[in-house]
Design a protein. Structure first.
Length: 134
């Protein structure tokens, strides 16, 4: 111990040879949270497949709704639902896009039908009906 150690009450630090590690090993391992190229490629593939399926569903629904519906299906809705539906029609009208409550109802109905045919018990319709009956 030096005189300064005695005055300030400090002790020299000793390191045993077993505790001494090269500087490279002392650094914490770098763990990357960034996805690997393989994971990115897989995710990109999933996204493109999902977009493709969605595009396909949109085209299917467009064709169905484009044809004139001749049968009547009456649906009772709440005043809040009616107001939201009118708001959507009005928003499109202000943007210069022609649509109607009937068209929006048919789009919604056909979306649920297509989703049910493609996803069965995992579809939005099946899950909501299950929740309603729980």
């Amino acid at each position: 111990m030096s005189d300064l150690d005695l005055i300030y009450g400090t002790k020299p630090q000793t390191v045993s040879p077993s505790e001494e590690k090269p500087k490279e090993e002392q650094k914490a391992p770098v763990t990357s949270k960034e996805p690997t190229k393989k994971a990115l490629k897989k995710e990109s593939y999933r996204a493109s497949m999902l977009a493709s399926k969605q595009d396909s569903m949109i085209e299917t629904i467009r064709k169905i709704v484009k044809s004139l519906g001749t049968k009547v299906s009456f649906t009772r809705i709440t005043p809040e639902e009616k107001g939201k539906l009118e708001d959507i029609v009005y928003t499109y009208k202000r943007q210069g896009v022609k649509t109607s409550e009937n068209e929006i109802n048919r789009i919604a109905m056909n979306f649920l039908i297509e989703d049910f045919h493609k996803n069965g018990k995992e579809s939005v319709l099946a899950q909501v009906i299950e929740a309603l009956n729980a």
